[in-house]
Design a protein. Structure first.
Lengths: 410, 141
């Protein structure tokens, strides 16, 4: 979903509410750290639970992460200017290969990222997967959205080098809108002889969203739903390790807003079209990736004088590289660029450059620690509501972010 | 005497040079499997679970050694063209996005042989010289 549209709808809890959560957080953080420590001390492969009788066994995996964010200026994703531990994720999944073609699975996930998450456990994904042929399978349920190279793994710290994926293409604050859909998906893998292979996924469904109370906001969200989300991703794999692909997504967000001064609610529809072109090359211990994306978001309003109509195209791109120096140390770097409105590339609120450097330490097979530094130019990726409603143009244009994260997983 | 020693050394060197380089591992399948030769790319797809069936429609059950096993490291580089760490990262992506599960990892070569003998569609690899107990060696092109 478009960042600006989100900002206008003010779907994030107020600062006061976040501060309340911060107090509760103080007791939870040591517990999370302890669980992570204990998990890491007990190396184990995936847990396999044998069911009685002739039933196949359950495969169980889990992860737990705790991060820390600190910025030199501005609050980014959390109250980061003072240093924030509001950066936690926990996931547990079970998979049951019922037959050689039918698989059932689900993942429970909870997180805290600044004002988002509140540690509330949700069903992150669940599905019935019928793998008929390699070139055609069907999944039904709540399925991760295949958008770009890494959208469906954006929660999975252990699967990448960086602490934060390039936020221009994979904004963490938009997770609820961009991560998973409830519906159906067709997928397949087709060999093309000497030309390599095609990997494809097509999906259609909806996204269920919670309406959260927003104390202090002049607008009350009465209703919020996504009547459709549909799209697909096609990737061509011409040689070992090379993925070239494109993703396209259509969705619409419908909401009814109520103002204290007006009795009738304002109906707002926000159709959006998102696409991304992707390239990734993995060879031995090197990984190179680059993506370019544009998101077109239109706002249609039943009362434009209260909630104005408009259309915005944003531009998002990054290039990254990583190298594993030895079994326990990996280094990565990326440059990411965000332009929220291609027709208004004003400095500093109309653009954000992000230069990132990461070191990943794999303490053992089940525990990792990452340290990451970012040099940011521009304020387009910041949230005004996280920064005391100060306009983005008035925030510090040159700033730095330091992030540390540790994850235990099996 | 010195001439004889040189001849012996020369013969030994020639014998070593004539012997083809021995692989650190052999790929094995169940004895009932009719496939005797396989394309490296197909084998890679099987271990990444992109190819899930043998030509006779039997489900493929790949099995791995642990990440530190020398045969695993060589197999990963030769067949999958990736380091073991990179393959593990691939599986982390698949596991936690609900896209699939990795092959089981067994502790030693003997366990892999036993697994392959116990599953008609199984394919695994073991260190060269391991007692195969009837498992069929698969030739990889």
């Amino acid at each position: 979903m478009n960042d600006r549209a989100m900002e206008r709808l003010d779907l994030t809890p107020s600062l006061a509410k976040r501060q309340q959560h911060g107090r509760r957080l103080s007791t939870r953080l040591p517990m999370a750290a302890l669980v992570a420590f204990l998990l890491a001390q007990r190396p184990a492969a995936a847990v396999e639970l044998t069911l009685p009788g002739q039933l196949p066994s359950l495969d169980v995996h889990a992860f737990i992460s705790q991060g820390f964010l600190l910025t030199s200026a501005n609050d980014y994703l959390a109250d980061s200017s003072r240093g924030s531990f509001e950066f936690s994720e926990v996931g547990l999944n079970v998979t049951l290969p019922a037959t050689d073609r039918l698989t059932l699975g689900l993942q429970i996930f909870a997180r805290k990222l600044g004002p988002l998450g509140d540690y509330r456990a949700t069903l992150d994904w669940y599905y019935l997967d019928y793998h008929w042929r390699d070139w055609l399978g069907i999944r039904a349920g709540r399925v991760k959205l295949p958008f770009g190279l890494y959208n469906d793994i954006s929660d999975i710290d252990s699967a990448r080098t960086a602490v934060l994926l390039p936020q221009s293409v994979y904004p963490a604050q938009n997770r609820d809108f961009l991560l998973a859909q409830t519906g159906v998906e067709a997928y397949g893998y087709k060999r093309l002889g000497p030309a390599g292979a095609l990997d494809y996924r097509l999906y259609a469904g909806t996204i269920f969203l919670d309406v959260k109370p927003q104390p202090g906001s002049p607008l009350a969200v009465v209703d919020l739903n996504v009547p459709y989300v549909a799209g697909g991703r096609v990737q061509w794999l011409p040689i070992d390790g090379l993925r070239l692909g494109g993703s396209l997504q259509f969705l619409r967000l419908d909401t009814d807003l109520l103002l204290a001064s007006i009795s009738a609610p304002v109906a707002v529809k926000i159709p959006a079209t998102l696409w991304v072109a992707s390239a990734e090359y993995t060879v031995h211990d090197f990984l190179f990736a680059a993506e370019y994306s544009r998101w077109l978001v239109t706002t249609q309003s039943s009362n434009p004088s209260v909630f104005p109509e408009g259309s915005t195209t944003s531009e998002r791109a990054y290039a990254l590289a990583s190298y594993r120096l030895n079994p326990w140390l990996q280094a990565g770097a990326y440059y990411s660029r965000l332009v929220p409105n291609v027709d208004r590339r004003t400095w500093p609120a109309g653009i954000q450059h992000d230069f990132a450097l990461t070191l990943r330490f794999d303490v053992n097979q089940y525990w990792l620690i990452k340290a990451e530094g970012h040099y940011m130019r521009g304020t387009a990726g910041l949230s005004s509501s996280l920064n005391g409603n100060v306009p983005l143009s008035a925030l510090t244009p040159d700033w730095a972010l330091f992030a540390v994260k540790t994850t235990a997983y099996f | 005497m010195r001439t004889g020693v040189f001849i012996l050394i020369g013969l030994a060197a020639a014998a070593v040079a004539a012997e083809p380089p021995r692989s650190a591992y052999v790929v094995i399948v169940h004895p009932a499997n009719r496939v005797s030769r396989v394309d490296r790319k197909f084998l890679a797809e099987a271990f990444l679970r992109r190819a899930t069936r043998w030509p006779d429609d039997t489900p493929i059950h790949p099995v791995d050694l642990g990440p530190d096993a020398r045969a695993r490291i060589r197999f990963s580089e030769d067949v999958l063209s990736r380091s073991v760490a990179s393959v593990r990262s691939y599986w982390q992506q698949r596991i936690f996005s609900g896209q699939g599960l990795p092959p089981p990892e067994l502790a030693d070569d003997e366990s892999v042989v036993a697994y392959v003998l116990g599953h008609p569609g199984a394919v695994g690899y073991v260190a060269a010289g391991t007692a195969l107990n009837g498992a069929t060696v698969l030739e990889v092109n």
